[in-house]
Design a binder for this molecule. Structure first.
Ligand code: ADP
Ligand code: MG
Length: 454
């Protein structure tokens, strides 16, 4: 059993970096942990007004962070400090009555631990995620019979956990009695450690039973098993049992099975037995669609200009992008006027967006690319068509189109009077290569890092 105080301290670390300092200090830091009830984490606050403000404005984000720390928690509840003892008493009574009803033969329906807001309906489809989404939908409809295991990988904040919750929600809707187990690999490791420590046969049995009796097992962030040999071993056996019983297994990771290099080979090969899909960073259009969707969910009227401004300034992590949107919502509520223009959005977000971008120009990009590929700037602007020059030239063009608002015609002029269709071709070629060729993807990421971390 986790200790509430320790758990809250751990959450607070993450919360303090996720919220603006003033918001954190005024509203969040003073919350007190009360207990875990069912799958809820209960916190208390002194004043009713604070409870309301937190519930209206910050609770969703607090929940996200709490859940990311322990995925067996499905909700965060705020109560008033004056009600704590009453609340605890009521819980004890409820637990007593549950013990009585448990003796009845009816199979207890497990509580849906998945967040309501993470469903297939709220997941915005785009080129970057269409395969992953299709695979998840297919698997949710055909548990254990289509793609087993399903392995989803992507960089952080691109929707893996959202998809797992969507599958969980879907499964519970179709068959409320399903036995779905969803844990982060970190939780799995912690559970196993406590079972080993407790040396109790009962704990051991419960652990085995939990994992081996499920119809659907979802483990989030499996890369966390790297270096955890005992858990890898335990998981290997769970995997085999479930797999041979045709139970569905879904795993997510920050890299492909092939790149989980230090994971035991026998696990890695098993991970690729079914289907492996990845999620790429979303394009501009998808990012804007996601922002609109999130804004609509929180009933915030988001103007096109502001949506585009946010999407332009956050390209590779949707969680981060949502953070920017939340700040716009927050500042709008502070000033009682909805931020609708780019200028106001830029002002509100000035502390949070990477202003290094503003100081980059085409010559910085060309310079970084030439340095990386060890070629001269004369060559990159020349008409030479040798392979060692063509790729850097296309990468430079791609990065200019991605990082700067420079019009295509003007980019053509910079590159020795090339036609704008040539520029489009170069941009699209690298966009494709990034998806299919890991070497190019890494090259582009490295050059971008060079530019943004100067
Ligand atoms: P990951 O698990 O890959 O790190 P998450 O699933 O936690 O990422 O996603 C981070 C945030 O981005 C979540 O709030 C999620 O709802 C949102 N998100 C990611 N992809 C999409 C999408 N395609 N449509 C809507 N929201 C998305
Ligand atoms: Mg995740």
């Amino acid at each position: 059993m986790i200790n509430v105080e320790d758990f809250w301290a751990e959450c607070k670390d993450a919360l303090s970096t996720s919220f603006q300092t003033i918001v954190y200090e005024v509203w969040i830091e003073k919350l007190k942990p009360v207990c875990f009830v069912d799958n809820n984490f209960v916190l208390s606050t002194i004043a009713l007004q604070a409870k309301r403000t937190i519930e209206n404005k910050y609770l969703d984000r607090i929940k996200d962070i709490v859940v990311s720390k322990n995925s067996s928690i499905s909700d965060v509840v705020i109560i008033l400090e004056s009600q704590v003892s009453e609340y605890l008493e009521k819980q004890t009574e409820l637990q007593k009555s549950e013990v009585v009803t448990e003796q009845q033969p009816s199979k207890q329906v497990k509580k849906n631990q998945f967040l309501d807001k993470y469903t297939f309906d709220t997941f915005v489809e785009g080129k970057s995620n269409e395969y992953a989404l299709a695979a998840c939908r297919t698997v949710a409809e055909n548990l254990g019979t289509k793609f087993n295991p399903l392995f989803i990988y992507s960089g952080v904040g691109l929707g893996k956990t959202h998809l797992l919750h969507a599958i969980g929600n879907h499964t519970y809707k179709q068959a409320p009695k399903s036995n779905v187990v969803y844990v982060s690999a970190e939780t799995l490791v912690n559970e196993l450690i406590s079972v080993i420590r407790s040396k109790s046969a009962e704990d051991n049995n419960n652990f085995r039973e939990k994992y081996r009796s499920c119809d659907l097992l979802m483990i989030d962030d499996i890369q966390f098993l790297i270096g955890k040999d005992a858990t890898q071993d335990a998981f290997f056996h769970i995997f085999n049992d479930l797999y041979h019983a045709n139970k569905q297994i879904i795993l997510t990771s920050d890299r492909s099975p092939k790149d989980l290099t230090t994971l035991e080979d026998r696990l890695r090969t098993r991970f690729s037995w079914g289907l492996t899909v990845d999620i790429q960073a979303p394009d501009m259009e998808t990012r804007v669609a996601i922002l609109k969707n999130k804004a609509a969910q929180s009933k915030f009227s988001l103007s096109d200009d502001v949506a585009e401004f946010i999407a332009e300034n956050s390209t590779s992590n949707i969680r981060e992008m949502e953070g920017l949107l939340n700040k716009i919502v927050f500042f709008s509520s502070l000033s009682n006027t909805v931020i609708t223009t780019r200028e106001l959005a830029a002002e509100a977000l000035s502390d949070f967006i990477d202003d290094k971008k503003d100081t980059i120009d085409t010559s910085d990009i060309v310079g970084a690319v030439c340095k990386y590929y060890k070629i001269s700037t004369d060559d990159i602007f020349s008409k030479k068509k040798t392979k060692n020059i063509v790729e850097p030239r296309m990468v430079a063009i791609y990065l200019i189109t991605e990082l700067l608002p420079t019009p295509l015609v003007q980019i053509g002029e910079i590159f020795g009077g090339r036609d704008h269709t040539t520029i489009i071709h170069a941009r699209d070629k690298i966009t494709d290569e990034i998806k299919t060729n890991p070497r190019v993807r890494i090259t582009v990421a490295d050059i971008k890092n060079m530019l943004l971390n100067r």
